[in-house]
Write a protein that binds this ligand. Sequence first.
Ligand SMILES: [Zn+2]
Length: 208
Amino acid sequence: MALIEVMEMFPTQAECIAYLERLRWQGSPECQQCASIQVGHRNERDTGRIGRWNCHACQSTFKVTHGTVFQGTKIPLQKGFLAISLMAHAKKSLSSCQLARDLGVKQKTCWRIMMALRAEMGKDDVLLQGIVDADETSIGGKGRKDLDKEEGDPRKRGHGTAKDAVFGAVARCGKGVAARIENVKGSTIAGFLKKFVKTEEAALYTDQ
Ligand SMILES: [Zn+2]
C-alpha cells in the first residue's frame, strides 16, 4: 500500500484497532490470557481510551495489540502502520533517525519499533500477513494481446502457446506464494487468496 492509502484507510486510532481486530480475531474476539470467548468491550466512554476488552472468564483486560510489536507503545497505530509501509518500501535499509523524522516521533521509540518489526518480519505475523500485495502476472508463452489477435484461429491456441495465468501474493515481509491458476477471473483469484492469504482484508489491496 502506498503511504497515502495507509493514511486514507486508517485515518484514526479507532479504525486501526477495528482493522487489527478483524484481522486477528475474524469476528470472534478471544481473551489473550485464557483464550475464552466470553469477552466484551470495556465501557470507555469517560476514559478517552479505546480498544480494551474485558474477559468474563478470567477477569483480565486486554487489547488486540497484545503480543504484537505495538503492545505497550504510546505512538498512534496509524504511525505504526506507516512505519511498516515505509520500511517495506525502503530500497535500502531505513535508519531510525530518518523514520523518526518522517513520522514525527522520538528516535528512540522509532528504533525500538523498527527492531521489533524487523524481528517480526521473518515470522508468520498476523499483522504483516494482512498487509499484503497481490497481483496477477503471466509467465511463458504469448501475451494476452497476442492471443486476442489469434482469437479467430483456435488451433494456434494449443498447448505451449497460451500463457499460464499465475497469481502471486507477496506479503510485505517478503514472503510470497505463486501458483498457476486456470484463469484470471475474479472468482478464481478470490479462491486463490482464500487459500494462501489468511485474511479477507487482503483482497482490499488487489487491483481486481
Ligand atoms: Zn480470560
